[in-house]
Design a protein around this ligand. Structure first.
Ligand code: ASP
Ligand code: MG
Length: 407
């Protein structure tokens, strides 16, 4: 007998018909002899609808009341799903986050889970019930309702699985797993059977928005095997887990990309201690996140060039700040480009295989794609290229590393 935590997202519980289908699925798992805990999101569109209602009152509202409001979406689905299960003859009971002591800090709309008391859930499981828990919500030490950030039900599920020491946490969604890259860009993209927590974090933060990033961090930290599967089709999905020998054989697991990038350069700044701080200090003071940073060796030895990337949404602000800094530092010029993208190869196998970077650069060169910036980490190589090369770049690399074939 296994203990599994299953999470169904908004589209999977978007209508009564779909809730009934989820109930059938849950019941099947239970009838196979498993203990099943189900975490659900609000019906699709519901959280947005609630936020829109509040914005009719005021542009920004009391954060406590916002969490009180948006947490109601999940309370609807837990009750409906329990009813659907009971109708199928499957004993079930629903709980809000607070009722099962999902204790969080008090940071409304982005609360972090501190502790979960699994005793009540365990007692229900022992009594043969399926336990249905509202995702996305918790309660702080003063009894106020909090929420975990958009997409937070994934994190509820993983945290619940960790607290209960579940055998697996299954995230049912509208895609059937994690792919080598976005199939909308490369139709030959292949579903991965397995991927490591580390790789998944790189893939998620680079734009494969399958899971809330925090849930992957949590799963990695507490060793919760995490599986992403489709709620509409049968299949094995993708298991997110530890590195094993099988994974090391594959050099590259996937290609992530981010269209949401912009690049800023300051040229001809004095090459002396403190310059990087003078350039980036004012940027971070404005809470603008910087991703890649490159400092060049300039032609003459007294000055240097400095380039960094930011989110496209922060581009205009960052540009204004940099222009100001350029004047203060007497720099030659400030340049800005928001027509760039980042493409990254991700794979734990990189650690033990040489020559990945040169294969990457060679493949891009053959297509005449100019690389504007490069950065590397232990399991990732990223390049910045012009926006118009995104699709071509991703497909070229997918081909160059044979990602359509399982290794
Ligand atoms: N209902 C929340 C949202 O739409 C949480 C979730 O679905 O995971 O973000
Ligand atoms: Mg989601």
């Amino acid at each position: 007998m296994a203990l599994i935590v299953q999470k169904y997202g908004g589209t999977s519980v978007g209508t009564i018909e779909r809730i009934l289908a989820v109930a059938e699925k849950v019941k099947r798992h239970r009838d196979q002899g498993n203990q099943v805990v189900v975490v659900v999101s609000a019906m699709s569109g519901e959280t947005n609808r609630l936020i829109a209602l509040a914005s009719e009152i005021d542009e920004t509202n009391d954060p406590r009341e916002m969490d009180m409001l948006v947490s109601t979406g999940e309370q609807v689905t837990i009750a409906l799903l329990s009813m659907a299960l009971q109708k199928l003859g499957c004993p079930a009971r629903s709980y809000t986050g607070g009722q099962v002591h999902i204790l969080t800090d008090s940071a409304y709309s982005k609360a972090r889970i501190r502790d979960i008391d699994g005793a009540r859930v365990k007692a229900d499981l022992e009594a043969g019930r399926v336990v249905v828990i509202a995702g996305f919500q918790g309660i702080d030490e003063h009894g106020h309702i909090t929420t975990l950030g958009r997409g937070g039900s994934d994190t509820t599920a993983v945290a619940m699985a960790a607290a209960l020491k579940a055998d697996e946490c299954q995230i049912y969604t509208d895609v059937d797993g994690v792919y080598t890259t976005d199939p909308r860009v490369e139709p030959k993209a292949r579903r991965l059977e397995r991927i490591t927590f580390e790789e998944m974090l790189e893939m998620a933060s680079l734009g494969s928005k399958v899971l809330q990033i925090r849930s992957v961090e949590f799963a990695g930290k507490y060793n919760v095997p995490l599986r992403v599967l489709s709620s509409f089709e049968e299949g094995e999905g993708t298991l997110i887990t530890f590195e094993d020998e099988r994974m090391e054989q594959a050099k590259i697991s996937g290609i992530a990309f981010n269209r949401d990038e912009a690049k800023l350069t300051i040229r001809g700044v004095p090459d002396q201690p403190g310059v990087a701080f003078k350039i980036l200090g004012p940027i971070s003071d404005q809470n603008i996140e910087v991703d890649m940073i490159v400092q060049n060796i300039a032609a003459d030895t007294s000055t240097t060039d400095f380039t960094f990337t930011v989110n496209r949404g922060d581009f205009k602000r960052a540009k204004a700040i940099l222009e100001n800094t350029a004047q203060e530092l007497n720099a030659q010029e400030a340049l800005a480009d928001d027509k760039i993208v980042k493409i990254s190869l991700v794979g734990v196998g990189m650690r033990s295989h040489a020559g990945i970077a040169s294969t990457m650069f060679e493949a891009l060169a053959k297509e005449g794609i100019n690389i504007r910036m490069i950065s590397t980490s232990e399991i990732k190589i990223s390049v910045v290229v012009d926006e118009k090369y995104l699709e071509l770049g991703v497909r070229t690399l997918h081909e160059a590393f044979n990602l359509e074939e399982a290794s």
